[in-house]
Design a protein around this ligand. Structure first.
Ligand code: GDP
Length: 141
C-alpha cells in the first residue's frame, strides 16, 4: 500500500465538484485516510509550489491557489502515486484522456481541479504539509 496527496483546487471546490471528485477517487480504489478544508495563505502557497518558483506561471498559480478554499486529501491504495496521476489526467484538460478528473472538471491548464503528488518522495513531503503522522496513522485501517 502507498499513500499520496491530492488537493481539490479552488476552482473545483467553488464549483461544487468536491463530492463528485471524491466519489471518483473512491470508485478508482483509493481510500480517503484524511481530509481537510482550508484556504491557503500566500506564504503557504508559495512554499507548497516552491519547485515552480522560476516558472512564468508561478505568481498566477499562487494567486489561483489562494483564491478560495482547497481540500487536501490523504489517499491510500496500491501504486497510489502513479494511479492518482493517471486518474487525474494531463495538466492541460484539452489533453486529458476522456473520463479523467481533469477532462470532467478542469476548465484551463491552470484551473485544473486537482493536484496530485508526482513521486513517492514528494508525496511524503506534501502529506506532511497538511497532515501529521499521528493523524495518518490513526486513520483506522
Ligand atoms: P501537474 O503535476 O499536472 O499539476 O502540473 P505541474 O506540476 O507542471 O504544474 C503545477 C500546476 O501549475 C498545474 O497543475 C497548473 O495548475 C499550473 N500550471 C502548469 N502549467 C501551467 C501553464 O502553462 N500556465 C498556467 N497558468 N498554469 C500552469
Amino acid at each position: 500500500m502507498e499513500t499520496t496527496l491530492a488537493i481539490i483546487k479552488p476552482d473545483a471546490v467553488a464549483a461544487g465538484d468536491a463530492g463528485n471528485i471524491l466519489a471518483h477517487l473512491e470508485r478508482e480504489g483509493f481510500e480517503i485516510l484524511a481530509i481537510t478544508k482550508l484556504r491557503l495563505g500566500e506564504t503557504q502557497a508559495r512554499a507548497f509550489y516552491e519547485v515552480h518558483r522560476e516558472r512564468p506561471f508561478y505568481d498566477s498559480l499562487v494567486e489561483f491557489m489562494t483564491s478560495g478554499a482547497v481540500m487536501p486529501v490523504a489517499l491510500e491504495r496500491d501504486n497510489a502515486v502513479k494511479r492518482l496521476r493517471e486518474v487525474m489526467g494531463a495538466t492541460n484538460p484539452q489533453e486529458a484522456a476522456v473520463g479523467t478528473i481533469r477532462s470532467l472538471y478542469a476548465t484551463s491548464i491552470e484551473k485544473n481541479a486537482i493536484h496530485g503528488s508526482d513521486s513517492p518522495e514528494n508525496a511524503a513531503i506534501e502529506l506532511g504539509f497538511f497532515f501529521s503522522r499521528a493523524e495518518l496513522l490513526a486513520a483506522g485501517r
